[in-house]
Design a protein around this ligand. Structure first.
Ligand code: ADP
Ligand code: MG
Length: 323
């Protein structure tokens, strides 16, 4: 309980995109190399995430829906050393409480698995079923039993936009995983896996944008930096095209963005913004991911050193290009 109180409480399921995010995070944590996402009507009708990960032991499929039953946190200090994406053990129970869920999972190569159906938090089915290794998770009629929340949803296009953003972030953070996103049967995103970040950038931003990018490289005692930044002479101005990934987790940090822009704007007009995908590796003790329940915001223990490091790396890279 004490440890549970250390974890920022918050609404896990705000909209369809939150469900997609939680399900994909579980698939990533399970070591999947393929993750296929199907949505209908902006995710309000159907969200289905199919992965080829480790799967869930048939005996554990039901308990996965009990709050905190599977939380990976053993000690309070682990909050500062989180590597896997999930750590609160409350996503599945929260999702199952406000939708109609079917889980099919197998953790073996015998072709057998378990099927669970839950509607509005009530268990309906728990049976053996033939299934390939991996997990196939379907969420139907999200918020069907919480009409107040349902009324709050925006248009199909708006909800789909949020879902696409989740897929973009996950694909950028995990170029080693092959992702697909389909909406009402139409393929919206397809990455091939295998670890090629530039291919992911091409899939999201287009081939010509990907061709106009420079590789980022750098290392200090505490930090390792890699990724891609748009060539200064070919740069477009889109403020939202800045992505930062820390230890395989897509994050948002104002200070880091400012550091990037300072480097960029010493060489280029102030009204232009880079397309950048920045990957940072650091010891988990140097970053606190538990600032916000949505886990997008982070805090750094050596913030000014990090910002200076990033600013200097990018400035010297761009200088070489401009001169
Ligand atoms: P958390 O991710 O914080 O542990 P969740 O409620 O998201 O909590 O998931 C509960 C548990 O169910 C996970 O810890 C994991 O053991 C299992 N699980 C959920 N989805 C998958 C999946 N796609 N593949 C394998 N195991 C899964
Ligand atoms: Mg999870």
């Amino acid at each position: 309980e004490h440890i549970a109180n250390q974890i920022a409480a918050g609404e896990v399921v705000e909209r369809p995109a939150s469900v997609v995010k939680e399900l994909i995070e579980n698939s990533v944590d399970a070591g999947s190399t393929r993750i296929d996402v199907y949505v209908e009507e902006g995710g309000l009708q159907l969200i289905r995430v199919v992965d080829n990960g480790l799967g869930i032991d048939p005996e554990d499929c039901e308990t996965a829906f009990y709050r905190h039953a599977t939380s990976k946190i053993a000690h309070g200090r682990d909050l500062f050393q989180i590597r896997s994406l999930g750590f609160r053990g409350e996503a599945l129970p929260s999702i199952a409480a406000v939708s109609k869920v079917q889980l099919i999972s197998s953790n073996n190569d015998d072709g057998m698995g378990r099927r669970i159906v839950i509607e509005g938090g009530t268990f309906k089915v728990n049976e053996d079923i033939a299934a390939p290794r991996g997990t196939d998770f379907t969420v139907q009629e999200l918020f069907y039993n919480t009409p107040a929340r349902l009324k709050y949803m925006k248009t199909v296009q708006t909800e789909l936009g949020h879902i696409s953003d989740v897929l973009y972030r996950m694909a950028l953070a995990h170029p080693e995983i092959a992702f697909t996103l389909r909406h009402n049967g139409n393929m919206l995103l397809q990455t091939v896996g295998g670890g090629d970040l530039l291919q992911v950038i091409a899939a999201i931003y287009g081939t010509s944008s990907a061709k106009a990018m420079l590789p980022i490289e750098g290392e200090s005692l505490d930090y390792k930096i890699s990724g891609y930044i748009s060539r200064p002479d070919l740069t477009r101005s889109n403020r939202n095209a800045m992505s930062t990934i820390i230890n395989g987790r897509y994050i948002r940090n104002h200070g880091l963005n400012q550091a990037i822009l300072r480097a960029f704007h010493t060489l280029l007009p102030i009204n232009r913004y880079p397309l950048i995908v920045l990957q940072l590796e650091m010891h988990p003790s140097l970053v606190d991911v538990n600032v916000h329940p949505a886990k997008l915001e982070v805090r750094f223990s050596k913030e000014s050193e990090l910002n200076e490091f990033v600013e200097n790396c990018i400035r010297s890279l761009l200088k070489q290009q401009v001169l």
